[in-house]
Design a binder for this molecule. Sequence first.
Ligand code: B12
Ligand code: SF4
Ligand code: SF4
Length: 405
Amino acid sequence: MAQGTNQCPRQCRLAGAEVSFEKNHRSRLQAGGQRRASSLGRRFVGQFENGGNIRGMHDQDSSVDYVALKAAIRDTGQRLGFSAIGVARADPGPAVGYLRAWLAEGMHGTMDYMARHAELRAHPTELQPGTLTVISAALDYLPHTATVDDPARAAVSRYAQGRDYHKVIRSRLQKLADAIAALIGPFGYRVFSDSAPVMEVEFARQAGLGWRGKHTLLLSQQGSWRFLGEIYTDLLLPPDTPVAEHCGTCTACIDACPTGAIVAPYRVDARRCVSYLTIELDGAIPEAFRPLLGNRIYGCDDCQLCCPWNRFARLGDPEFTPRQGLDSATLIELFAWTETQFNDRLAGNPIRRIGHERWLRNIAVAIGNGPATVDAKKALKSQADHPSPVVREHVAWAQARLAQA
Ligand code: B12
Ligand code: SF4
Ligand code: SF4
């Protein structure tokens, strides 16, 4: 089955794109399955680039050597740059109960798609009929630069300083799927990376890619600066074993969270999370949270910056190298970008999806939290009559803060 069903025409970002997917893939998947059945009838020895081969089909009745296929998938995944690849059964299990409880408490805030697509998230076969297995993949994104600790400079979370991971990961997963197809013939699959209702962290955990940290993210002995992506497939690959969790008595992430969003171990109230407030939330940022945002204008890394396991993180893929000075720009510089400059300079970057209005809203708050310099006041004044009432209101809030400083 060809990919191309998980496009993100509207907003897709770390909180989940999940906006556009075909309701019924049955016919395509069945077609893929039928094609595979016929290729299975052929006797062949598939070969991966590294010369490793799989004696897939020995005769009309035998099946693929799935153990060897899984090893080859892992090797190919590593050659494609993935830092880890694992396999899980397509059953999220008890995690679904926690997801429902989280939704019932309204912790998703205005992320309506989280509630709307809960059943698809809980049942992979409803999203993709015929799915038996999840191939889970991780790709590192830690940049070589340090996080800025200067209130006049913008803190853009590390995941968003380079190229848009949705595209990078799905395109690599597509290459991985092509490599599998080259080996065993057409098969049913669909690739994702934060692009559809998939329980990504849970499947990565089950696939042995790491454990769930108390901040809820997937964590491993190589840290958590990793994106996740998946291939849902009808191949019956042998599942991996989850790894033991190694948070122990540590609570550093809970203590470091600037807004108290990690309300208990393994529970994030999204409504309090800076990532939600600066990326997902449309309209006004609740006033009580504004001073807590500091200079964070897009997302937040605090629960990962403090995590002891991130001392062992490896540098990320070159695709995620910071662009447009997003690792060091001043708030005033970024606030001066026109809408056209915003759209041009952030082409291919996930930030572009929040739009210029939210960008200005966030930066206004950050300037209001920074030093009351002449330049800061001048910058705020330049946007005081912005056509958007949201921008005007946040600029006025920031001006009032600086006037008191
Ligand atoms: C919605 C969402 C958000 C929301 C909500 C976050 C959240 N924790 O739920 C917001 C906007 C706040 C957000 C922020 C961020 N996100 Co986000 N987000 C998602 C998304 C789309 C869904 C996550 C989800 O299902 N949440 C629902 C809740 C219920 O799930 P949960 O918190 O994971 O809870 C589970 C467990 O904690 C457990 N549980 C719950 N209660 C309890 C209680 C006990 C006792 C136990 C044992 C377990 C338990 O069960 C739950 C269900 O599995 C995923 C992509 C995807 N499709 O999976 C990316 C994803 C999780 N995000 C990601 C990232 C990178 C981030 C940020 C770091 C971005 C940033 N720098 O600003 C922050 C980190 C904030 C944080 N600490 O979580 C990455 C994480 C990669 C990784 N290494 O794990 C993902 C996987 C995207 C990707 N493809 O890479 N995100
Ligand atoms: S991303 Fe920031 S605000 Fe959100 S849970 Fe982590 S530390 Fe808290
Ligand atoms: S900071 Fe501590 S508790 Fe939080 S995820 Fe890392 S090891 Fe676990």
